[in-house]
Design a protein around this ligand. Sequence first.
Ligand SMILES: [Fe+2]
Length: 170
Amino acid sequence: MANQKNQSEMPNGHLHELFVDELRDVLGAEKQLLKGLKKLSQHATNETLKMAFDEHYAQTEQQIERLKEVFSTIGMTARAKKCKAMEGLLGEADEIIESFEPGQVLDAALISAAQKVEHYEIASYGCLVTYASLMEHTEAQDLLQATLDEEKETDIKLTDIAMTEVNVAA
Ligand SMILES: [Fe+2]
């Protein structure tokens, strides 16, 4: 794999190729998610939930920019690859949308679908933060940690909406 930094110059350089591959995967995942979040928002009935999806859409756009910055901190051009996991998760969200009428139960199902996405992203960014730390890519690590924190906050927010608004009997 082409890389501009000599792998022997950094600690744990054996992780470099894996790091770049995971960065491309998560960049692809975020781009695919933009489309997915639009759909989730369109089919949500609860206003708080709709707003949470819309906010996360804007946040995802920023996270994409942040990922491009991460690539540039290691002297590489940002390139995405198709994320098969995100494709699968969003495919399941589509099935849910087809299976339930708009309303409380669909909203609960949309939260579940979105939380599965968040957990995938938390795992991805968590690993990327670890790799960046081991290779002492400090700048990249800080950027990735910022996104990891946002993904965790989103997950907590979704649980909160489920507990206080959507999953409780009207
Ligand atoms: Fe994200």
